[in-house]
Design a protein around this ligand. Structure first.
Ligand SMILES: Nc1ncnc2c1ncn2[C@@H]1O[C@H](COP(=O)(O)OP(=O)(O)OP(=O)(O)O)[C@@H](O)[C@H]1O
Ligand SMILES: [Mg+2]
Length: 327
């Protein structure tokens, strides 16, 4: 049941028109109910809050920006809030990965159907793969597609050299996870989830890992938790089963190389491009490198080539990017 403090807080928020706080308290009550094993009540509250928020958004004049929940106090140095507009269609991914992501989004959109059968959408996702392949972009796209705020966990704020403080900061993050529904993004999670610290801080690394494992186990919220890493091999094996899905990101293959370049050069006339040679040149580059190469080529096309992109120009931009990796 809601505590008297929560009820008073809700009445007060309602009276002064503090919509964000009103809904935050309702989420809190739902989280308490879930913890107390009242899953049905928690779901009912969350559904009602979701519907009311949609209704409130519809009634809000279009010119008024969506109120952003801004982390305050100590949380401000640990969580960064944003409302991304990235769409899943903006991501260029291999077909199997795209299918899996769309499947997860669908589970959230059709959660009522799942919940009627005692199931829940997958909420804890681990994204692993090399730099620049779309992990951060995916977290943003999931938030945007589900209409949720994206809370990026700032590692500098969480990891603390003082013993035990990292666990305390992690607790703050997980308190926010249960109180404010959102997508929580733990980038470079290997910094928190490895048991192998440097010689001096093996103990602290283990404590941090254990708290993270415990918080992940205890989390019964409606938030989506996304962790990303470039170094899956460094992760402690115990972390993997805490996630509902693990998604492997890879550098683009021939088809994705072409799609990325075409999307980012769609405003230009592309003439005589030999995609086989381009794709050979681009082997080993990430999606981020290709976006950058496309922009490089676009700049030259605008200034020197009357807006046309030819094979040589594109190949030159790609080799320059590849060169950056060799330096
Ligand atoms: N799969 C992709 N589809 C389309 N664009 C992409 C993709 N991956 C990367 N990009 C482009 O590269 C930029 C950087 O990508 P992103 O930050 O998502 O990479 P990352 O995998 O999180 O890398 P890191 O491991 O270094 O954090 C994106 O903003 C986007 O412009
Ligand atoms: Mg990233």
């Amino acid at each position: 049941m809601a505590s008297s403090k929560q009820l008073l807080g809700m009445i007060r928020s309602h009276a002064i028109g503090d919509e964000a706080n009103f809904f935050a308290i309702a989420e809190h009550i739902a989280a308490d109910a879930a913890k107390a094993g009242r899953g049905r009540m928690a779901n009912d509250i969350r559904t009602l809050v979701g519907n009311l928020q949609d209704e409130a958004a519809r009634r809000r004049p279009a010119s008024r920006p969506t109120p952003i929940f801004a982390p305050r106090g100590e949380l401000a140095s640990i969580l960064h809030a944003s409302y991304p507009e990235t769409k899943i269609d903006d991501l260029v991914l291999s077909a199997p990965l795209e299918r899996r992501l769309r499947g997860i989004l669908r589970e959230h959109r059709e959660r009522d159907l799942l919940e009627d059968q005692g199931l829940e959408p997958r909420r804890k996702l681990l994204l692993a793969g090399p730099p620049g392949t779309g992990k951060t972009m995916t977290a943003a796209a999931i938030a945007a597609e589900l209409g949720l705020p994206l809370f990026t966990v700032m590692l500098d704020g969480v990891i603390n050299k003082f013993m035990g403080e990292t666990a305390a900061k992690l607790r703050l993050v997980f308190d926010a996870v249960s109180v404010t529904r959102g997508v929580y993004f733990f980038d470079e999670v290997d910094a928190l989830a490895t048991s192998r610290g440097t010689e001096n801080d093996v103990g602290e690394a283990r404590r941090t890992l254990n708290s993270l494992l415990q918080f992940l186990d205890q989390d019964k919220s409606a938030s989506v938790l996304i962790a990303a890493t470039n170094h899956a091999a460094l992760l402690d094996p115990a972390i993997f089963r805490r996630f509902d899905a693990s998604l492997a990101y890879e550098r683009p293959g021939t088809d994705e190389i072409r799609r990325i370049l075409e999307v980012h050069l769609s405003r230009f006339t592309i003439s005589g491009v030999d995609w086989t040679s381009i794709s050979a040149d681009a082997t080993g580059l990430s999606q981020a490198d290709l976006v950058a190469a496309a922009r490089d080529a676009a700049r030259v096309a605008v200034l020197d080539h009357g807006g046309t992109i030819c094979n040589d120009l594109l190949r030159a931009s790609i080799s320059e990017r590849a060169q950056l990796h060799r330096n």
